[in-house]
Design a protein around this ligand. Structure first.
Ligand SMILES: [Zn+2]
Ligand SMILES: [Zn+2]
Length: 198
């Protein structure tokens, strides 16, 4: 799959954002402005000015709209959502080499509010995934009590669990215990000789 480092970074930012939502992780992980500022720092989102309560509420709303792209039933439905996001954000591509980074494209308009910044960068990254016909890589964790999203960038698209570490491990442990239990409950194994010689 042809996906640039910048797209991968933007997707990482999106996944991180979506997984702060109560429906993903059981509690609101962006409850206040400080949490939002921490998110901006953690994801190294550039050119962000002062943030206020309106920014926080707008980001919460955007989070829901972005999650809808992951849950979209078809590429066309996802494309419509991405188009709307990108248009509303006033997306403006431009080349930059800020802060010692190599030349790369920014999509957010100069001076954009944080929500538009995220919608432009995240929307374009999702758009590149759709253009590459890779929508199935936009996944929700398959652990039964987890609704975190992730982007499966594995070569063979085999990833099933989110990054929270606990999910895959926890299920492995549960499966192991279930196997142990059924082995203990099962009647003695059939001797290997029975049926041999087929
Ligand atoms: Zn940049
Ligand atoms: Zn999970």
């Amino acid at each position: 799959m042809l996906i640039t480092h910048d797209t991968e970074c933007a997707l990482g930012m999106l996944v991180d954002l979506l997984n702060t939502a109560p429906e993903a992780c059981g509690q609101e992980e962006l409850p206040d402005l400080q949490a939002l500022r921490d998110f901006v720092v953690r994801r190294e989102i550039s050119d962000v000015g002062a943030l206020d309560q309106g920014d926080l509420e707008a980001v919460h709303t955007l989070r829901d709209r972005l999650r809808a792209v992951f849950a979209a039933p078809s590429t066309r439905a996802a494309a419509d959502l991405v188009n709307a996001l990108v248009a509303a954000a006033g997306t403006t591509p431009r080349l930059t080499d800020h802060d010692g980074h190599d030349w790369h494209m920014h999509y957010f308009a100069p001076g954009a509010a944080l929500v538009d910044h995220i919608a432009a960068e995240g929307g374009m990254a999702l758009g590149f995934i759709l253009v590459a016909d890779e929508r199935e890589r936009l996944r929700q964790c398959e652990a039964p009590d987890c609704a975190r999203v992730f982007v499966d960038l594995s070569r063979n698209r085999s990833r099933r669990y989110c990054d929270s570490r606990t999910c895959g491990n926890r299920l492995h442990v549960a499966a192991y215990r279930a196997r142990q239990r059924s082995a203990a409950d099962a009647p003695d194994p059939v001797p290997a000789s029975v049926g041999a010689g087929r």
